[in-house]
Design a binder for this molecule. Sequence first.
Ligand code: 5AD
Ligand code: FES
Length: 348
Amino acid sequence: MEQNTFAIQSILRGELPEDELLICLLDTFTDSEAAILRDAAQKKAQETFGNRVYIRGLIEISNYCKNDCYYCGIRRSNKNAVRYRLSKEQILSCCKSGYALGFRTFVLQGGEDGYYTDELMCSVVREIRENYPDCAITLSLGERSRESYKKLYEAGADRYLLRHETADPEHYKKLHPPEMSYENRIKSLYELKEIGFQTGAGFMVGSPGQTAAHLARDLRFLCELQPQMCGIGPFIPHRDTPFGDKAAGTLRTTLFLLSVIRLLLPKVLLPATTALGTIDPKGRELGILHGANVVMPNLSPSEHRADYSLYDNKICTGDEAAECIRCLSLRMRSIGYQIVTDRGDYQA
Ligand code: 5AD
Ligand code: FES
């Protein structure tokens, strides 16, 4: 306990405790220890963002993926997945309705789908940039070449999300097939940052085989990379994957990590994710109260919502974007926060 107090004091100062202390804390934290970090994280988020929560319009452009990650429902081996991809016109039409709803950030997310060549993607980005000069464009399209990232940046994309998934190379191998490389993932993140993207890393909480030591490495990696955004959410099994019978990550550990990340990276843009809202009906509200400051309602065409199924029981798959906004506004209001419609850029 003495030890945990030490670790907590260090986190409250914004410093990562030494490994042994950090691992012990992650393994043994009590509810009252978690409450100390929650209170401090909530306060820290309010110092920077007040009671304002940023919204990002998530457009799931394709569920085709050349990868075969063991946890993911849209992995290429999942023959039950009903595949779709959005055309440029469909993506632009999502942006149009999103803009009218007040979104000033569009997140174009998809599997690693060769259909979206640099040429096509850059033309989509350029057109969004022209039509909506006041909006931020975030891409989340997996690993591409450095040249590709550069072209997309020059076409007008501002941000790129690429979760590292786990910062432990051995654990990475347990979550991914042999053809996927931990080194390349990490290299991509540094390239994105160097090119000038506001860059997002992140990981799943409670993924199969994950230990406190792995989580400690994730935190250490975040402190080193200093990403502008960080996406974390619980692992949730998908029935048609090799991890279909594994246990989901817990609300408790995810909330604890949100608090720790807020304290270690005070300005980071930190979403209360859909996965968090999926494992608990109040997950996203709790996420905000533990230091998160972003929510990402879905803007994808409703006919494809359910097909972008990374994990089972994903929420909001039957709702129109307008309903999601209304629902989230009410949810945020219920805890004393309000959704705001600015770009919500990272402020160094
Ligand atoms: N449970 C929770 N999150 C998942 N992701 C993929 N599959 C799952 C799952 N089964 C997350 C990954 C990916 C992001 C888009 O969704 O972290 O980077
Ligand atoms: Fe989509 Fe509540 S946020 S229905």
